[in-house]
Design a protein around this ligand. Structure first.
Ligand SMILES: Nc1ncnc2c1ncn2[C@@H]1O[C@H](COP(=O)(O)OP(=O)(O)OP(=O)(O)O)[C@@H](O)[C@H]1O
Ligand SMILES: [Mg+2]
Length: 253
């Protein structure tokens, strides 16, 4: 880890023959997915198809019932960070103490963890809010604290499960821009679960659409859009084409 908080880049991910079941319900079976280091992958699919289940296994929050999940290089637990739809902040802790929490779990000294947490909060535009409590923040600010907390360990893999779904559209768009910027800056691998086709096409350079049952992949598509994604892209016909391809795959039974 460097004091600047810039990561050493991304990590590649290899899922081979992954299976996950809950009792009689086989949610994911024979699932193969290979993600390159530094890729921004969006995962789409109907509710209940197994997206969160998949992310939890990648994060090692739950083991697969079959198959293998490998990170390359594998440098241990703190190389992966997870951002959930709910910011999951501790209400009795300040913004700074929330953002510094993972470093506390790693046993980093107080001085260093505050330095790093402050740095991440400043970069995400919360430099003025470090002493506030979660209840004093807007939903968008809470989500930015959650992002800062995820980044404070300088992860190589960032997993996000519908992180901005509960936010209003303008706030969501701003956070999309921030996420895309931080991904470009750090070269980390990002896996982003969303129900929004427009958000997936705007952010990702690859999108996977999962089938309703069995966790199969219906579409695995490179999003061929300019590296710079901003207001102008929204008017670009190529953006419409990408969204259309994703929509068609989502609609297919
Ligand atoms: N701990 C659990 N015990 C039993 N069944 C579970 C458990 N977790 C998930 N499931 C089931 O596995 C299936 C996939 O759930 P999952 O949460 O991964 O879907 P999802 O694609 O993330 O859906 P959504 O888009 O609604 O978030 C669902 O049928 C769900 O009910
Ligand atoms: Mg889910």
């Amino acid at each position: 880890m460097t004091a600047s908080g810039i990561s050493a880049g991304g990590v590649a991910l290899h899922l081979d023959g992954v299976r996950r079941e809950f009792g009689n319900l086989v949610v994911i079976d024979h699932f193969d997915l290979h993600v390159e280091a530094g890729e921004f992958l969006a995962i789409l699919g109907p509710s209940g198809c197994g997206k969160s289940t998949l992310l939890r296994m990648i994060a090692r929050l739950a083991p697969p019932d079959g198959g293998t999940i490998r990170l390359e290089p594998d440098t241990g637990r703190f190389q992966t960070s997870f951002v959930f739809q709910d910011a999951h902040l501790l209400p009795w802790r300040t913004v700074l103490d929330n953002a510094a929490l993972p470093l506390e779990l790693m046993g980093v000294t107080r001085e260093e963890r505050y330095l790093k947490a402050r740095h991440e909060l400043e970069r995400i535009g919360l430099g003025d809010a470090t002493d506030r409590y979660p209840a004093q923040l807007s939903g968008g600010m809470r989500m930015r604290v959650s992002l800062a907390r995820a980044l404070v360990t300088t992860p190589r893999l960032l997993l996000l499960d519908e992180p901005f779904a509960a936010l209003d559209e303008i706030t969501r768009y701003k956070l999309d821009l921030q996420l895309r910027a931080l991904w470009r800056e750090r070269g980390i691998t990002v896996i982003f679960v969303t129900h929004s086709i427009s958000e997936a096409a705007f952010l990702a350079n690859r999108a996977v659409v999962m089938a309703r049952r069995g966790g199969g992949i219906k579409l695995d598509r490179r999003i061929e859009l300019p590296e710079r994604r901003d207001e102008e892209l929204r008017l670009d016909p190529r953006y419409g084409q990408e969204m259309n391809a994703l929509l068609q795959a989502m609609e297919e039974e």
